[in-house]
Design a protein around this ligand. Structure first.
Ligand SMILES: [Zn+2]
Length: 265
């Protein structure tokens, strides 16, 4: 129905990752990619985290409402937006906080309006991604996939306008790997966006997000997985969480970046 190229299925699937546990994010993409991200990046690579569909509410491409709303009539988390955007924003912001605590060069971008009709408006995710990607920044856009049978599962759909790098690779190791030319090449990846599908918005994942008792832990667990992948991707070792010794709390260098600040939420 989507005109998907199934040639990749002729190849054997890659072996499961070591220590594979059933992830809280559900199955990985059933369409598999076989690309490898080899290009090294700087440990201070600028990473811009965006929420998918942040500027496309009330129009085509608004994102998935999720199974709870669409199939079971639950109230949306926020009536102004599809549930996918609500969770995309929560994950985006959690990743930013956690990554900055580890001194990764991560900022967020938000278009500041929920509906921007013209994709070429300078405020849209796409416009900012095209601009920042040309400067060499890494653009990561958070998504949740549609519920079954429409969705594919978790995984990375990498940018199409540059060589694939070690950040792409580590996100794919952690979440799964979509074909590089998924759906013939999406608009976001053509503009430099690597799309991270966290998982299909249904089942246990959606239940754990919606339940106020498990919500925060679920968001934090997903953000931790992303942050670990980013840290490995820029060539830094995964650090074990620890309390800094007294006196070192304020020793981190200030992260001043006037250029990026105009695009920080
Ligand atoms: Zn999406």
């Amino acid at each position: 129905m989507l005109g998907l190229n199934t040639a990749a299925e002729a190849f054997p699937p890659p072996p499961p990752p070591p220590n594979a546990r059933p992830p809280i994010t559900g199955p990985r993409t059933r369409l598999k990619g076989y690309w490898v991200g080899r290009q090294p990046v700087s440990p201070s690579l600028k990473i811009v985290v965006m929420a998918g569909h942040a500027d496309s509410q009330g129009m085509n491409g608004a994102g998935t409402p999720g199974a709870a709303v669409d199939l079971r009539g639950a109230a949306p988390m926020d009536p102004r937006m599809r549930d996918e955007l609500y969770w995309n924003r929560r994950i985006r912001d959690a990743v930013a906080v956690m990554s900055q605590q580890r001194d990764l060069n991560v900022t967020t971008y938000d278009p500041g309006a929920l509906s921007i009709a013209n994709a070429d408006d300078p405020r849209t995710n796409w416009s900012v991604a095209r601009r920042r990607s040309q400067k060499g920044d890494y653009i990561l856009e958070i998504h949740f996939d549609a519920y079954s049978p429409h969705g594919y599962g978790s995984g990375l759909i990498p940018a199409l306008n540059r060589s694939l790098n070690t950040v792409d690779e580590n996100l794919a190791i952690s979440f799964g790997r979509f074909p590089r030319l998924f759906r013939g090449g999406l608009g976001g990846p053509r503009r430099g966006i690597s799309i991270l599908e966290i998982g299909m918005l249904e089942g246990k994942l959606e239940t754990n997000l919606r339940n106020p008792k498990t919500r925060e832990a679920t968001i934090q667990a997903i953000a931790l997985r992303i942050t670990n992948a980013l840290e490995l991707g820029v060539g830094r070792k995964e650090k074990k969480p620890s309390n800094p010794p007294p006196g070192e709390v304020d020793s981190a260098p200030p992260t001043s970046n006037p250029q990026a600040n105009s695009e920080v939420e």
